[in-house]
Design a protein around this ligand. Sequence first.
Ligand code: URA
Length: 209
Amino acid sequence: MGKFQVIDHPLIQHKLTIIRDKNTGTKVFREVVNEIAMLMAYEVSRDMPLEDIEIETPVAQSTQKTLTGKKVAIVPILRAGLGMVDGILELIPAAKVGHVGLYRDEETLQAHEYFFKMPEDIDNRQIFVVDPMLATGGSAIMAIDSLKKRGASNIKFVCLVAAPEGVRALQEAHPDIDIFTAALDDHLNKHGYIVPGLGDAGDRLFGTK
Ligand code: URA
């Protein structure tokens, strides 16, 4: 079973409270989502492999560490996942970005794919699938299904707020992936919203309703 980690750093928890607050407007919401994503990227990338290289400092010859291994692709699930991309790129600027477009049928809560565009070496990259909300898990499961069908194998899922129902569903469908969240909330309500949650992440990011 992959890892499930709540990243409970005080800075992240503080910023999460700001975006949960219904009085936080679009501009601040967008900025703080990116800040949280950047801070999470620090922890999500903790197991990136390093190798030794020889360099010369102004003072001496020295063996030092440099990143090696797979390059990263960030894959936001449209549209709310877009809100996390710039924050992660702050820390991993060489990452490529693929997009999965899914919409949720408001009645059945089922996810449908309408767009899929990836870097061509996706099978050879460490992939961070990002979506602020892990609710039923339907979108995350479908996005990861699509990625695996195209040869991707090294996948982590990163969200801001998760419902226990979504975590369970994602772990059952894809037991090999690691899941990172900033919070594990109480439950889903009958409309598919996470409680207490933060409302509709896409609407709050883009100022729609
Ligand atoms: N998607 C959202 O944006 N918010 C929720 O609470 C659940 C799914």
